[in-house]
Design a protein around this ligand. Structure first.
Ligand code: SF4
Length: 203
């Protein structure tokens, strides 16, 4: 594979895990090949599976609002997921499914080479920051594999939780500055705990 189009083609016919059996359309991800920022979520939901596009349901509408609030345009960022096919009934992706799909995401990251990767939710976070708790490390960027990784809660977590919505909106404000900061500067390796008393659950 040598281009994003080829990755998308590979994804569209991929049968490397059982999620291929239930999909309507695979969702490889979308955005420009030279995107400075990449958002990585968990997996397609109902609307994404129907349209073959990432983040087009209610969580996607919230993500669009967040992107605009940061002075960015959806067309200038790349949006993808850790698994490219919809898990049945929107269940969490299984470790074997994530492992099988990793090659597609890895190739996209290699081709795009973004300055900043924003991980949305714990499964995406675990790709770069394993064995961490999202409630403890969200909202703090750190350097992994030569680029800034910025863990956030998944936008879907905010749809029924106003407190989480405020946290996500607040975390999003740092993104324009992170893009300017690029991949060279890092935050402290062990970030201080923020607002842990407000949240006892992971998203
Ligand atoms: S989820 Fe990924 S590994 Fe599984 S079938 Fe779809 S593209 Fe292939």
């Amino acid at each position: 594979m040598s281009s994003l189009e080829e990755v998308a083609q590979q994804v569209s016919v991929c049968t490397d895990c059982p999620l291929s059996k239930g999909r309507t359309k695979a969702v490889p991800g979308e955005g420009p090949a030279d995107a400075e920022i990449m958002f990585i979520g968990e997996g397609p939901g109902f609307h994404e599976d129907q349209q073959g596009r990432p983040f087009v349901g209610p969580a996607g509408q919230f993500l669009d609002q967040l992107i605009m609030s940061a002075g960015l345009k959806r067309e200038e960022v790349f949006i993808a997921n850790v698994v490219k096919c919809r898990p049945p009934n929107n269940r969490d992706p299984l470790p074997g499914e994530i492992a099988a799909c990793r090659k597609h995401l890895d190739k996209q990251i290699e081709l795009i080479n973004p300055k900043v990767v924003v991980t949305l939710g714990r499964y995406s976070m675990a790709r770069f920051l394993p064995n961490q708790t999202i409630g403890k490390i969200r909202g703090r960027a750190r350097s992994v594999e030569g680029r800034l990784i910025y863990p956030m809660y998944h936008p879907a977590a905010a749809l029924h939780n106003q407190n989480l919505r405020k946290v996500i909106e607040e975390d999003f404000k740092a993104i324009p500055g992170l893009v300017k900061q690029g991949a060279k500067e890092t935050q402290p390796e062990e970030p201080s705990v923020q607002q842990l008393s407000m949240f006892s659950q992971d998203q």
